[in-house]
Design a protein around this ligand. Structure first.
Ligand SMILES: Cc1cc2nc3c(=O)[nH]c(=O)nc-3n(C[C@H](O)[C@H](O)[C@H](O)COP(=O)(O)OP(=O)(O)OC[C@H]3O[C@@H](n4cnc5c(N)ncnc54)[C@H](O)[C@@H]3O)c2cc1C
Length: 402
């Protein structure tokens, strides 16, 4: 057994584990992070790299996303991590999509969103990547960021190590956590006062009974990326399609959303069957990430469905305009989702807590949620205290959301 003793052990070096490591270490805790891979390989390196406050519901979730945004911008200034404050455009290519955007914009400022409507010409001048055919207008939001997920996730551990003395044990599969001892499959072990399980969608390796009785689901997404666009050809903001209006919670209360949903359902039932919507983000190398689809639990199989890729590409070509459409990479990702909640945080024992289930918003929410939780746990002077968790939002200054 290692002679070192830690205040906090974190299992999982995805964005959730790293967010907690950062917040805990900033508050003076001695932190060690374990991952079975030699570098992060889970959902956190497979995403669009979109930090997406505009898609979060007003109140606690939006506040957490905006706090995350501040933390990403801090990294932009204080590390070599590439963070592009590109903003986003929700494009309307149909009357009902334009109606949804207008309804949303009506009370957006009041609800804490910083966004405004752009007409057709203003939209086209904001991004070269928009297909003008049938375009009505768009919703512009300046709050979204773009990061390169693979690069950021490999740069964060050394940055945390250097700036906050967080220790990392990669290639270390943790097989048991019991009585403050973190046991690896290779026989090594460590001692820690508290353990946070940030294992993403792996419900089997640790505490499988606990996960079996949790409400969480697993969701598989299909993604692809073009090769780099020609030199200096930048899309500008992240782009989202009319299909995306069905996907994020923020548009749920817009009366015209029903018409959008019905129309797409009638146009192609596979949109709903595979949870397809279309977004585009451009990384630092100029390539465009396109996605995605959603298949849950028993519907998840190891094989890619070419029909999903075809639909995504067809829809992308209808609403975006790129210089280079050659697809050079295709991949899948699986995340853990907590139905009806932004995340799943529960005590398993007095000193062991699980924190996962951020669904499609881990890059957006993790830094902010970790800050809220660590403020709360330390204010309650009892780490991981389940009873006082309901006060989390009060500590975060958003008490009315309770
Ligand atoms: C295709 C796709 C697109 C997405 N797009 C976006 C986006 O643009 N914006 C956004 O905000 N969110 C997006 N998301 C969601 C986001 O990626 C996830 O919410 C987030 O990455 C989850 O992070 P995590 O740390 O919980 O999980 P993971 O990144 O999966 O990390 C879990 C880690 O735990 C490790 N682990 C598990 N068990 C053990 C064990 N027993 N011992 C040691 N290590 C262990 C694994 O090796 C893994 O590295 C997307 C997700 C996907 C899949």
């Amino acid at each position: 057994m290692s002679q070192d003793r830690y205040d906090l052990a974190i299992i999982g070096s995805g964005i959730v584990g790293l967010a907690h490591a950062w917040s805990a270490a900033e508050r003076g805790l001695r932190v060690i992070v374990f991952d079975r891979s030699h570098r992060p390989e889970g959902a956190s390196i497979r995403n669009f790299g979109m930090v997406w406050p505009i898609g979060q519901s007003a109140g606690f979730n939006l506040q957490s996303a905006l706090l995350s945004r501040d933390r990403w911008l801090f990294l932009k200034e204080n590390s070599d991590i590439w963070v592009n404050p590109c903003g986003s455009l929700h494009l309307a290519h149909a009357a009902d999509e334009w109606a949804v955007l207008n309804e949303f914009a009506e009370d957006a400022q009041e609800n804490g969103y910083d966004c405004r409507l752009l007409n057709r010409e203003e939209t086209l001048s904001k991004s070269k990547g928009v297909n003008s055919e049938g375009l009505r207008g768009s919703l512009w939001s300046p709050t979204e960021l773009c990061v390169d997920p693979r690069a950021a996730l490999s740069q964060l551990p050394p940055w945390l190590e250097a700036s906050h003395q967080v220790q990392f044990q990669f290639e270390t599969h943790i097989s048991q956590v019991k009585s403050g001892v973190i046991q690896a499959a290779n026989g090594q072990s460590w001692r820690a006062e508290k353990t946070l399980i940030c294992n993403g969608a792996d419900f089997q390796s640790l505490f499988p009974d606990f996960f079996e009785n949790s409400p969480m689901t697993r969701c598989k997404l299909q993604m692809m990326a073009t090769g780099p666009q020609p030199k200096n050809w930048r899309v500008g903001p992240h782009l989202a399609s009319g299909l995306t209006l069905r996907h994020y919670q923020n548009f749920e209360s817009c009366p015209s959303l029903e018409s959008v949903k019905r129309r797409f359902g009638e146009e192609n039932p596979l949109f709903d069957q595979f949870g397809i919507h279309v977004m585009a983000s451009q990384g630092s190398d100029g390539s465009i990430i396109l996605g995605d689809s959603h298949e849950y639990d028993d519907d998840i199989d190891p094989f890619r469905k070419s029909v999903i890729d075809e639909i995504i590409l067809k829809e992308a070509k209808r609403i975006f305009q790129l210089e280079n459409w050659t697809i050079t990479r295709r991949w899948d990702g699986i995340y853990a989702k907590t139905p009806g909640e932004s995340h799943y945080s529960r005590a398993i024992t007095k000193n062991v807590r699980v924190f996962t289930g951020l669904g499609g918003a881990g890059m957006t929410m993790s830094f902010g949620l970790a800050e809220h939780y660590w403020n709360h746990w330390l204010a309650a002077s009892s780490l991981f205290n389940e009873e006082s968790e309901t006060e989390l939002k009060i500590t975060a200054g958003i008490g009315e959301a309770l």
